[in-house]
Design a binder for this molecule. Structure first.
Ligand code: DLL
Length: 435
């Protein structure tokens, strides 16, 4: 279902004309209201009047997370605080939080984009949405909440945590859709099973899952355990929150970027040069309708690739492939670059393992070490030849990690349900080298 037929299916030419018009307006506005942009544009030798085509746009300087931190908390706001009706913040793993603001109209836009996302997942006003994204400074909870109301659906504002109670509510209130991180969906499934609840026979039929990277294999696992269709939703606080891009039910292949509100590009993270559609690069967004906190060419650090082929759902937006990881999540182990998602890909391909793992990076003398802890499936312990089977799995992981990623890892198989579970975003890397 398409929530806003007019904008979501605009012919490309009209869409690009709209983008240019909106871009020109926002560039004028930030140049004249935000000191930071005046300075960076001047330094780059570009003025708002130079933006005559969408291509000229590449002359504008990038904005980085560092810039946001330097202007903490409100330095990049383009309206007076009296026009700001909400702030959110993302904590990040290092340094100061990033603070973002919304005008009344920004909240309306965001609600509409979330409503569009829910509609893309096949939801209507007849659905009951169990919203387990955290409410608070995190954008997930309130973002999804307002979108669900905009759609006219019924929302259960359960937020994160208290997992046993969540299982009860899933049984008793009969929600048809769930919003949470993929890792929390798995945890809920596991917790339900432990409570003796048949999680496949709930009324749930759709999951709108995001806020962290996940793989196709994890999607299959969630779909199987909860008997739902699981769809990927993407967003980041700086750009708006959830609902920047959403996978549609029909295509299930890449997330449509709501390009009437955001211009998306991919760049080479090392050189800043543009990368053509189809090739992996760092995703960069420019917001073209936001009032309180517009962002020009914001470098997300997220790695993905753009797809411009038409989608069977009829939306004319470009799609981004599922985010494979963040350039700043990259681990360098004895000089080899490794993304946690690459290790996950190796693990999910091996029979007998559960999708719960932890990576521990350390240092012995001057050498980096990597330990992969991963849970094995319950049924392995039923095997009479348990020890031999376990050893075989261990060797297989070590070999695959070495063959595919070029790093030597110590493997530690652990019993089911012994590693940490996550209510929000999973954090699977413990880097002891930094402490
Ligand atoms: O995570 C917003 C959100 C809430 C998105 C709920 C989807 C659902 P932040 O806390 O600012 O905002 O974190 C943003 O999370 O730059 C990505 O690295 C990662 N991320 C978000 N969605 C996805 C996804 C929210 N679908 C950061 N796949 C982003 C992979 C994702 N990574």
């Amino acid at each position: 279902m398409i929530f806003n037929e007019e904008f979501e299916t605009l012919p490309r030419e009209a869409l690009e004309a709209l983008q240019l018009k909106r871009l020109q307006q926002v560039v004028q506005r930030v140049y004249h209201t935000v000191g930071f942009y005046k300075k960076t544009f001047d330094e780059a030798g570009v003025t708002p009047d130079d933006i005559k085509t969408l291509n000229d746009f590449r002359r504008l300087p990038f904005t980085t997370k560092e810039d946001l931190r330097d202007n903490y908390p409100y330095g990049l706001f383009a309206v007076p605080m009296s026009n700001v009706v909400r702030v959110h913040a993302s904590s990040g793993t290092t340094g100061r939080a990033t603070v973002v603001g919304y005008t009344k109209r920004d909240i309306e836009t965001w609600s509409e984009l979330m409503a569009r996302s829910f509609a893309a997942a096949g939801l209507t006003k007849n659905d009951i949405i169990h919203n387990a994204y955290g409410y608070g400074l995190f954008t997930g909870g309130l973002g999804a909440h307002y979108g669900a109301e905009r759609l006219g659906a019924s929302v259960i504002p359960i937020s994160g945590g208290n997992t046993k109670r969540q299982v009860m509510i899933l049984q008793d209130f009969g929600p048809t859709a769930i919003c949470c991180t993929p890792s929390y969906a798995l945890y809920l499934a596991e917790q339900g099973e432990e409570m003796g609840v048949d999680m496949r026979s709930l009324k749930l039929r759709v999951g709108i899952l995001g806020a962290e990277p996940w793989s196709e294999k994890i999607r299959e696992e969630i779909e199987d355990k909860l008997n739902i269709t699981a769809l990927d939703i993407y967003g980041l606080s700086e750009v708006m929150g959830p609902g920047v891009a959403m996978e549609c039910r029909e295509g299930r292949n890449g997330l449509h970027v709501f390009e009437d509100h955001f211009i998306v590009e991919t760049i080479n993270p090392d050189t800043g040069e543009p990368v053509p559609p189809g090739e992996e690069g760092e995703i960069v967004f420019t917001t073209i309708t936001k009032e309180a906190f517009p962002l020009i060419r914001y470098r997300t650090r997220d790695i993905s690739r753009l797809m411009t082929e038409p989608c069977k759902c009829g939306r004319t937006y470009a799609r981004m492939a599922r985010v494979s990881g963040r350039s700043d999540d990259m681990l360098i182990i004895r000089g080899v670059n490794v993304f946690p998602s690459q290790i996950e890909n190796v693990l999910v391909g091996i029979e007998g393992l559960e999708p719960h793992y932890q990576l521990i990076v350390g240092r012995e003398g001057t050498l980096d070490t990597l330990e992969i802890q991963v849970e094995v499936s319950e049924n392995i312990f039923a095997d009479s030849d348990e020890i031999r089977v376990l050893q075989k799995i261990e060797r297989r992981i070590a070999k695959d990690v070495k063959d595919y990623l070029g790093v030597t890892a110590k493997i530690k198989l652990v019993e089911p349900k012994t590693l940490q579970r996550f209510e929000g975003k999973a954090s699977r890397v413990i880097d002891k080298r930094n402490v």
